[in-house]
Design a protein around this ligand. Structure first.
Ligand SMILES: [Fe+2]
Ligand SMILES: [Fe+2]
Length: 186
């Protein structure tokens, strides 16, 4: 599906706040794609679509995964906001015609994963640094991004995992796997 049509769908199906976030992530994805030499159109499509399932209720999400045979783990079942990533991938593939790899970037955007491709890393960073977010470390993060995309991803993983610890919340193993993988392949 064309970028404009995906954007229209997002605008029509999400709240104004979430739509504005999605546009912010799309714009940030564009900048990052240019910076790292990735395909701008693909990065923008992933950015605008990434939270397509974010506003489903818990019940709707659990119904969706069951109906569409999406495998989920214990932590996702207990922490259902995480599910918007896997469901978002499924919707993006079925409704927007995303490739498996483009969908995978959406599936990984909340936790990270081992072996993330360039689009997955771009989305991961863009989601944290879009202009609708007041990320206090933005300048520092941008300096890391200049050193290399993995440094920026690692920094965000540390922040996210640290936040879960502070909140006393469950940590999804993929975040730890992603962090170990990046550290080992530094
Ligand atoms: Fe999200
Ligand atoms: Fe997001």
């Amino acid at each position: 599906m064309e970028l404009e049509l995906i954007q229209k769908y997002i605008k029509e199906h999400l709240s104004e706040k979430r739509y504005n976030h999605s546009v912010g992530v799309m714009e940030r994805s564009e900048e990052l794609a240019k910076k790292y030499g990735a395909d701008v159109e693909i990065a923008k499509k992933i950015g605008i679509a990434h939270d397509v399932a974010k506003e489903m209720t818990e019940e709707e999400k659990l119904k969706y995964v069951e109906k569409n045979n999406i495998e989920i783990d214990e932590i996702e079942r207990k922490n259902t906001p995480l599910l918007h990533a896997k469901i978002g991938k499924d919707i993006a593939i079925k409704k927007f015609g995303f490739s498996e790899n483009m969908g995978q970037a959406i599936a990984e955007h909340t936790t990270g994963n081992k072996n993330m491709d360039i689009y997955s890393k771009i989305l991961f960073i863009a989601d944290r640094t879009s202009k609708d977010r007041n990320f206090e470390d933005l300048e520092y993060l941008n300096s890391l991004a200049d050193k290399g995309i993995d440094e920026a991803v690692l920094y965000i993983l540390d922040k996210k995992i640290g936040l879960q610890i502070k909140k006393g919340a469950l940590i999804h193993l993929n975040g730890i796997i992603a962090r170990n993988y990046l550290l080992e392949n530094r």
